[in-house]
Design a protein around this ligand. Sequence first.
Ligand code: HEM
Length: 411
Amino acid sequence: MSIYQPGPVVVRGRDFTAYRIGGAIVAALLFVALCFQVWELFDGDARTVPEVSWIAADNTPDVGGMEASEVIIARTKLLDERWRTGPSPEGEIPDLALRSGVVLNTVPIEDPSPFLTEAWATPDNEALPMIKPSDRVAGISSLPYPAAEIFERPFARDWRVGIADLVTHLGALAILGFSFLLALLLAIRGRVPIVEGRSRRCVKRFGLIERATHWMTSVSFIMLALTGITIAYGKTLLLPFGEEFLGDAGWLSTWGHMMFFPPFALGLVIMAGMWLRHNLPSRLDIEWLRRAGGMMTDSPDHPSARKFNAGQKLIFWSAVLGGGLMVATGIVLMVPFYFFGVDGMSWTMLAHATIGLMLIAIFIAHIYIGTVGMQGAIDAMWQGDVDRNWAKEHHDLWLAEIEGKQPEGTR
Ligand code: HEM
């Protein structure tokens, strides 16, 4: 119960209805996307199949081309047989890269250097010291580039089919599902209002350093999320805009993903230093969580909170612990095989993707409540001041503290 006497409830205007209509439209669109994702999950097409296309030579093949083709056909057959003995014999047999009769196009290329796979597949002198040999089990592959057989490890196949694809699909489901629920909440409950209306008196909530750190961290996080989503879902989301666009976006995302991690990591450390003491658990949090912060009704009587309520503490710890794990696993992935062998790398990649997708879903909720979900919240991080009535309704004990009042029996 708030330590301040509640004032009269103010009747809300038409803009609140506009938010609800907007919420309903977004919820409807997200529902369609969600149905598509659920269908994707169960259509049995979660397997990743190598897609190498070859152009058949339209003139009579020369002897060299013929030989190369035969080798690849034999290897493709072997791959086919291995598939049949794999973990899912009842699954559809994938389309294979080559069928008999297809020969390689041996048209000479004037400057072959950009096409030589060795040019990018072989580590240069700078990368070499970072890579130590892995304990991998090598297999046989029909793919025409060095180290392709690494994908033929039985563990890698199980990992890819059973876990990696599942994580990608469930992650998409979590992000879409969570966004859908938030849009539905906006449509049904509406925006959380300042129940007593704005008082037009402001109180200082965050200083310049706090706001600058928050925005540096959040812009980096959003860029990391967008580039990570491009890496994980680029083919589904961007291929419709053309292969060239997908290629450019993929290239930018791969580099961008590494560029935005230092400001994100730095922001996390500063935020932890500035706000840790305000985010330690307290008895007030239980009551706040029990009543969902009092946000489901328009009553001015909210559960008491100091500078950060239980919901905000969850956000803080998600950022610090989840973000910390993302940075740690990201560093492991940036220097392949330096810390772990290939199995360890696979699990690290899985952990990075799982935690990343969960954080994206959590921070969609944070961004929602900080913008459209709650009247007056964005002022705190934008200009640094909040309306006194907002502070009274959501952080009564903090307001009392900065106004020099002594709350009784609230700790
Ligand atoms: C467009 C994106 C974002 C918006 C609009 C936004 C908005 C806000 C607002 C308004 C507050 C202050 C709430 C208060 O007065 O107590 C806040 C606090 C905070 N934000 Fe954000 N934020 C965004 C993104 C992020 C991201 C990506 C992160 C972390 C990776 C983050 C981490 C935090 C933390 C730790 C706090 C303090 C705890 C809390 O109030 O929940 N924010 N944000």
